[in-house]
Design a protein around this ligand. Structure first.
Ligand code: SF4
Length: 617
């Protein structure tokens, strides 16, 4: 019998970077441990790219079973493909699993009659049983973790977990992906590494569903080691650790990291690791991250605070996780010499405009690189429960996501207002956050903001609030029209450009102001007028700003004449003096991956090492 698996990877703009389809790969590597499956099924192909539907159908030959893994970036594409497969191959069994299969699946099954079976929770055991049952003339699909409609009656089996993760052979080392890699030499594959499964926390925005608040089960250390070796042998550079809380098993996770370092040093491959760290991170977790950092495998330790607001942390059930620990972690990371970054979410229940501003102030004052996202309501998260939505008055809209393409549109449910942050305030806050991120993190006005704070005692968020209002009210500035569109982002369908930290439209807008003398002249006058700033200091701040991170100005050394010693005042805390000074600018080489404004902005937001060195001569 012919089996096909479909797990469409999230790709950003092109199909050049893809994750190997680990979830469906594990289904197969486990299923074939059963002799009857091995003898009766052949895995014909795994589809992982968004391709023309007819092209995919033409590569299927009388399939007996097609199984899909559904998530936000591939749901509609996958469901459309599933429907077309059923239309062409009426007897093919269509099975869907993954986080986007709703836990209450009755309506989902009714709305998608081409689906035969839904698999919930961990899929390996259930999928194996489905394949076995499918061999029978009268299959019994009343199985654990499986839902279906038979004779117009909905059935959902009991929840169960796989007894031992060690019973799942690695899809990597057993060769499940060998064909994919061989047939796609043009693609840079990334790898998911699962070292354990389960999570003791229960954040209300999380869609791990029944795997949260569950005992964490570990995969065997030897299997993890062999997958790390496999990664280097197959020239894979990037590993995403799938654990919800890497670092939680201090001794074991240290050993895993030691193995990664050993493999990197021996084989040259394996260049970057990403992971979700233990939400109750302690010094031991930091020391694991530091080891990766010292060996060039990790850039920053990310503590995802989401918010520092107590009420909001309680509402999202994260009170006892990293948010409350953040200040301690920050101090410890400094002692370890480990760069830190963080993430916030806009639209959390109980958050207000003012409380979000406090979190932002803390991040900006401490100069922590960060990213922000708008709260997404994921199927199967506690937040998607009607009683939760009612309790916090969540205002949810369905918007098209950036994963849409000509084949299928993908959608996301976004929270654009709450009881404590009505939609109008949400829109105002979102535009403000976009503006601060764009101008501060991308180094357009960061030095000016720090100067205003340090020399003139102006709060960083106050400066950005005032400056945004100024730009919104002055029709002569070069980005006036762009900003006007963002005033009502929901109505004007601009959410896609504001909702997260990086995008091309943003870079197009910002490239209009970078190096734009008129823009900086206006900014100088605005600062003098609004905060009674000394003209000479602001002129120096702008000069430092324009020469610090600027890929278009990086070609030769030059000498700058400053009015003051502001550079040393900001960097070394030397008292500010008003005496003309000469500074030399050493222009470090620009990283080769900075080719345009978009890459320039992306790179600069993390304050990486190509910043100019400016020193007095
Ligand atoms: S968000 Fe992470 S820590 Fe929170 S419940 Fe989900 S997996 Fe666990």
């Amino acid at each position: 019998m012919k089996l096909y698996l479909v797990q469409i990877s999230a790709t950003y703009g092109s199909n050049k970077f893809c994750f190997l389809p680990y979830s469906v790969g594990s289904l197969w590597s486990f299923a074939v441990t059963e002799e009857i499956v091995k003898e009766n099924y052949s895995l014909e192909n795994i589809f992982f790219l968004r391709e023309d539907f007819d092209e995919v159908l033409s590569r299927m030959d009388n399939p007996s079973v097609v199984a899909f893994s559904l998530y936000v970036w591939n749901e509609n594409y996958s469901l459309t493909l599933a429907r077309k497969i059923k239309e062409k191959f009426k007897n093919c069994l269509i099975v869907v699993g993954g986080p986007s299969v709703p836990k209450n699946s009755e309506n989902f099954l009714k709305d998608h009659p081409f689906i035969d079976l839904c698999v919930h929770n961990e899929g390996e055991e259930s999928f194996k049983n489905i394949l076995i049952q499918n061999l029978s003339n009268s299959p019994n699909f009343y199985l654990d973790n499986v839902s279906t409609i038979i004779d117009n009656k909905y059935f959902k089996g009991a929840f169960s977990r796989i007894t031992s993760l060690d019973s799942i052979p690695s899809p990597y080392t057993t060769g499940v992906f060998d064909n994919i890699i061989r047939e796609h030499p043009d693609i840079e594959f990334n790898m998911i590494l699962e070292t354990n499964r389960g999570c003791p926390f229960s954040c209300t925005f999380c869609d791990w569903g029944t795997l949260t608040t569950q005992k964490i089960k570990q995969l065997g250390l030897e299997r993890v080691y062999s997958e790390i070796e496999w990664c280097a042998e197959n020239k894979i550079e990037f590993i995403e650790i799938a654990d919800a809380n890497f670092g939680i098993f201090v001794k074991r996770d240290n050993l895993i990291v030691d193995k990664m370092i050993e493999v990197k040093n021996k084989k040259g491959y394996l260049k970057q690791i990403a992971s979700s760290w233990n939400k109750n991170a302690k010094d031991e977790t930091l020391s694991i991250a530091k080891k990766l950092f010292d060996n060039g495998l990790y850039r920053r330790f990310t503590v995802s605070i989401q918010t520092l607001d107590e009420k909001s942390l309680i509402a999202i059930k994260r009170k006892n996780t990293d948010g409350s620990n953040f200040e301690y972690m920050l101090e410890s990371a400094k002692e370890y010499g480990l760069p830190v970054s963080t993430e916030t979410i806009i639209g959390l229940p109980e958050e207000t405009y003012e409380s979000y501003m406090k979190t932002l102030d803390f991040i900006l004052d401490n100069q922590i690189p960060y990213q922000y996202n708008v709260l997404q309501i994921l199927d199967n998260s506690e937040m998607s429960d009607p009683s939760y939505i009612k309790k916090y008055d969540l205002d949810i809209i369905r918007t098209e996501s950036s994963f849409s393409d000509d084949f299928a549109k993908e959608y996301q449910n976004m929270c654009v207002g709450t009881r404590t942050l009505p939609r109008k305030s949400f829109e105002k806050l979102l535009l403000f956050q976009w503006f601060v991120f764009s101008f501060h993190s991308f180094h357009i006005t960061q030095v000016i903001a720090f100067t205003l704070k340090k020399v003139f005692n102006v709060k960083i968020t106050d400066f950005y609030k005032d400056f945004l209002n100024h730009l919104l009210s002055d029709s002569s500035n070069c980005i006036y029209k762009d900003l006007q569109k963002f005033l009502n982002p929901i109505k004007n369908k601009q959410m896609a450009y504001l909702e997260n930290s990086y995008n091309q439209t943003q870079s197009d807008i910002l490239s209009k102001v970078f190096n734009n003398e008129e823009f900086y002249r206006d900014l100088k006058n605005f600062c003098i007028r609004s905060y009674a700033c000394d003209k000479l200091v602001i002129e120096d701040a702008i000069s430092i700003q324009l020469n610090s991170y600027n890929y278009q100005r990086f070609s030769e050394e030059s000498i700058l004449n400053f009015n003051t010693n502001l550079q040393d005042h900001l960097e070394k805390n030397i008292p500010l003096t008003f005496k003309p000074k000469k500074y030399k600018i050493i222009k470090n080489s620009i990283p080769s991956n900075i080719l345009d404004w978009y890459s320039h902005f992306r790179y600069t937001s993390w304050g990486t090492s190509w910043k100019t060195t400016i020193y007095e001569i």
